[in-house]
Design a protein around this ligand. Structure first.
Ligand SMILES: C[S@@+](CC[C@H](N)C(=O)[O-])C[C@H]1O[C@@H](n2cnc3c(N)ncnc32)[C@H](O)[C@@H]1O
Length: 131
């Protein structure tokens, strides 16, 4: 049981494989301009999000206290479209006032995700945005 829990915590599958099939189409459908990413990991989804923001004039809020890779070149390349919060989601999210899409892929334990959702519920979301 402990092994399975540890596997889930440390080896949960990332979101980026679903960029082409799910995430980008959803953002286009919502005309999302303000995107929050919780959990950078290797930065592959961050790159996708920032490229999407550059193409659409959007802005990404990127949250991760310890990404698995150095994302400073990425942040520099897309500096007009990115704000980086090098801290845990529960301290970063209250600094963000509004969002169209929030991708939750950081610390997957119940307490954190529940608290993230409570903060996200207070963000200014557009009416058609999925909650
Ligand atoms: C599964 S990876 C993210 C993968 C990425 N979303 C993707 O699709 O490629 C999880 C990341 O969440 C970060 N993380 C862990 N706890 C966090 C928290 N409380 N707030 C923000 N990020 C957190 C870790 O540092 C790690 O880089």
């Amino acid at each position: 049981m402990f092994f399975a829990w540890k596997q889930l915590l440390y080896h949960s599958p990332p979101m980026h494989p679903f960029w082409n099939s799910v995430l980008q189409p959803a953002m286009i459908a919502l005309n999302a301009k303000r995107i929050v990413e919780i959990g950078v990991g290797s930065g592959e989804n961050t790159k996708n999000i920032l490229e999407y923001c550059r193409e659409t004039g959007g802005m990404a809020h990127v949250i991760d206290p310890s990404p698995l890779t150095d994302i400073s070149p990425l942040l520099e390349e897309y500096s007009d479209h990115a704000t980086y919060y090098p801290e845990p989601s529960l301290s970063a999210l209250p600094k963000i006032l509004d969002a169209d899409v929030v991708l939750i892929d950081g610390d997957h334990n119940w307490y954190t995700v529940h608290a993230e959702l409570e903060i996200i519920a207070k963000l200014r979301l557009r009416p058609e945005t999925f909650r």
